[in-house]
Design a protein around this ligand. Structure first.
Ligand code: CAA
Length: 258
């Protein structure tokens, strides 16, 4: 009997879905799953028919963390020389927007995976936390940096030092998630948001992601200059011509993603 695949892939229109699929381990992120996720993201990113990527899990768990059973026997030398978890950085190289659709547990590496995405949509059942401190370690896939940038020092210290879990409402209040959605409409709403973004002009969507992310990497004056240059460059696209003509002619634009 072959092992089930660790991710399920499904193209729906211009949206590329990636569903984490290790239900018996609550989608714990082992090396195989990491390679499958980053491979799928890279493939969708290169696919001209895809405008947006969605990463989701099951109703019970987005992902309950890095795979503790895989990590348990490792030594310092192994973790250091293998640069364990470094391949997750490849996810950040994606240039198309990635939505994390979180239902149930997003703990440890699961929370970190969600934060590597560009926008988090949470079901009201979602639970976020960085419980690594309970295992005698600390976040290892960017959590200490991305959580602090997302929710500020006070909340990040609270979550990372105590290991406590927060619900969707507190996560939204803290600025970690973009929207909280009723459980029974969760995937429908995610699909609607993804379709909305996928219907926009791809060059402007990709550039929008790039300029917002620049806010985390650079100072204000540099960032504003980068935005202005990027804004100007979109006037070289057919979609800018179409988008503005459609407004003036009081009709819907027909973007051709170029
Ligand atoms: N790694 C490996 N296996 C995991 C796992 C993980 N992170 N989380 C859950 N599982 C496994 C359990 O071991 C269990 O397997 P068995 O049936 O073989 O025992 C199965 O998934 C179901 O889990 P539970 O029986 O525990 O389910 P529950 O509903 O009682 O509890 C839970 C759910 C509260 C999420 C609990 O599973 C839990 O606390 N999981 C670990 C959470 C955690 O500590 N995450 C951080 C990991 S470290 C990390 O992520 C490092 C980093 O920064 C990268």
């Amino acid at each position: 009997q072959t092992e089930p695949q660790t991710v399920l892939l499904d193209k729906r229109g211009r949206v590329g879905w990636i569903t984490l699929n290790r239900p018996r381990a609550l989608n714990a992120l082992n090396t195989e799953l990491m390679n499958d996720v980053v491979g799928a993201v890279a493939a969708y990113d290169a696919d001209p028919g895809i405008g947006v990527i969605v990463i989701t899990g099951s109703e019970k768990a987005f992902a309950a963390g890095a795979d503790i059973k895989e990590m348990q026997p490792k030594t310092f030398s192994e973790v250091y020389t293998e640069d364990f978890f470094a391949d997750w950085d490849r996810l950040s190289a994606a240039r198309k927007p990635i939505i994390a659709a979180v239902s149930g547990y997003a703990l440890g590496g699961g929370c970190e995976l969600a934060m590597m995405c560009d926008l988090i949509i949470a079901s009201e059942t979602a639970k976020f936390g960085q419980p690594e401190i309970n295992l005698g370690v600390i976040p290892g896939i960017g959590g200490s940096q991305r959580l602090t940038r997302a929710v500020g020092k006070a909340k990040a210290m609270d979550l990372i030092l105590t290991g406590r879990t927060i619900g969707a409402e507190e996560a939204e209040r803290s600025g970690l998630v973009a929207r909280v959605v009723p459980a029974d409409r969760f995937l429908d709403v995610v699909g609607e948001v993804a379709d909305t973004i996928a219907s926009k002009s791809l060059p402007s969507v990709m550039m929008a992601k790039e300029v917002v992310n620049r806010a985390f990497e650079t100072g204000l004056a540099e960032g504003v200059k980068f935005e202005r240059r990027s804004f100007g460059s979109l006037f070289a696209t057919e979609d800018q011509t179409e988008g503005m003509a459609a407004f003036v002619e009081k009709r819907q634009p027909e973007f051709r993603h170029r």
